[in-house]
Design a protein around this ligand. Structure first.
Ligand SMILES: *Cc1c(COP(=O)(O)O)cnc(C)c1O
Length: 395
């Protein structure tokens, strides 16, 4: 069967995947339809932090699927309360609002802080403003691309949603200067993922926290990619010992088995929502909850967060020994690692193609950055194996 031709003919062309057709996965490994094995160094953009088809999560999913999958929130189900408990215990959050995709969690946060702004801060109607960062990635809906600074995410999709102000990422003074009396929130990724693993200087989030407190702004951290062990902590905010008022998680919340996202919030903000004001048919369904509970427990029980920190350092050390003179920088935190080449001189895509031909799957971000983000179950031996190939391909 010609998978690729059929996809090209019948599918929308909104992606440009590597030409590898996968059929099976286990841990850090995936196999294509011809039986070739690859090490997955993308982890579905960090949605499979726990490794492909983790047996405990699969088991929880199969069991729950055969018992009760969906009730809608018109009725209650016996999995939702446990999901809330596990999440709140792990993250110190007060309240949870379950959704499905990451973009929905972002939209939910925007709606909620706007309502809070009008109700609790007395912002004049339709004037609430949220400050966001240049080069952000928060998803693909119209409202979210309204504050993207990426032309290809926006061009041809207007008119856009007003109420956002963009500032440079990583400079807290810019935030302080941008605040007006109608500013209600600041939203950012703790480390910008799609922008190419951009890590702000130490102290940035702490300073952001201080500015948000001083101006009564809601600090929203989008941890959809950085969260759940990816950076070597459960949440990336822990690296700077700060607590956001709202934290968005998704992706690995289900170990990649099912779309599950959530808005974690303090009580004051979440309490502005009343019945009928927001929801989702599938949000908080018992199948999603059962899968997410196990996905969270697996991360903690199996030491994946610590392993991410340790293996991340080991992998980064290996990558920093590469001799290719076109390499500009290796940076990362935990197993969220970016390898940046000098712009214009090489295409990261070519290296990704070549790595694929040698059994390693990763994806370029922008022209000149390769992200290495294997599942958090990766071992030293696996990294040694990968580094041999990376040396061969990249130099
Ligand atoms: C992937 C991602 C999203 C969007 O998640 P979807 O499930 O694709 O809607 C939002 N924010 C960040 C930081 C992401 O990495």
């Amino acid at each position: 069967m010609n998978y690729i031709e059929i996809e090209k003919k019948l599918g929308a062309h909104n992606y440009k995947p590597l030409d590898v057709v996968l059929t099976r996965g286990e841990g850090i490994w995936v196999w294509d339809v011809d039986g070739n094995r690859y090490m997955d160094c993308l982890s579905a953009y960090s949605a499979v932090n726990q490794g492909h088809c983790h047996p405990r999560i699969v088991d929880a999913m199969v069991k729950q699927a055969g018992r009760l999958s969906l009730t809608s929130r018109a009725f209650r189900n016996d999995q939702l309360s446990s999901f809330y408990q596990v999440l709140c215990r792990l993250t110190n959050s007060h309240k949870v609002l379950p959704m499905n995709s990451g973009a929905e969690a972002v939209e939910t946060a925007i709606k909620t802080v706007r309502k809070w702004g009008y109700k609790n801060r007395g912002i004049p109607e339709n004037k609430a403003e949220i400050i966001v960062c240049n080069n952000n990635f928060h998803g693909r809906t119209i409202t979210i691309v309204s504050f993207s600074s990426d032309a290809s995410a926006r061009d041809g999709f207007g008119p856009f949603t007003p109420g956002f102000k963009n500032i440079p990422f990583g400079d807290a003074n810019e935030l302080a200067d941008a605040v007006t009396e109608n500013t209600i929130a600041f939203m950012a990724e703790p480390i910008q993922g799609e922008a190419g693993v951009i890590i702000p200087e130490d102290g940035y989030l702490k300073e952001v926290r201080r500015i948000c407190d001083e101006n009564n702004l809601v600090m929203i951290l989008d941890e959809i990619q950085t969260g759940l062990g990816r950076t070597g902590k459960l949440l990336a905010e822990e690296h700077e010992h700060v607590e956001a008022d709202m934290t968005l998680i998704g992706k690995a919340l289900s170990g990649g088995l099912y779309p599950v996202s959530a808005v974690l919030s303090n009580t004051e903000i979440m309490d502005v929502l009343n019945p009928g004001e927001h929801g989702s048919t599938f949000g908080g369904n018992p199948l999603a909850c059962a899968v997410a509970i196990t996905a969270l427990n697996v991360l903690v029980d199996e030491g994946m967060i610590e392993n991410s920190a340790e293996m991340g350092n080991y992998f980064m050390k290996g990558l920093s020994e590469l001799k290719n003179p076109l390499i500009r920088e290796v940076r990362g935190r935990g197993l969220m690692i970016g390898l940046e080449f000098n712009p214009g001189q090489t295409t990261a895509r070519q290296y990704c193609e070549e790595l694929k031909n040698n059994g390693i799957l990763c994806k370029e971000t922008h022209e000149n950055i390769i992200r290495f983000a294997p599942p958090l179950v990766v071992t030293k031996d696996d990294i040694d194996y990968a580094m041999d190939i990376i040396h061969k391909v990249i130099g």
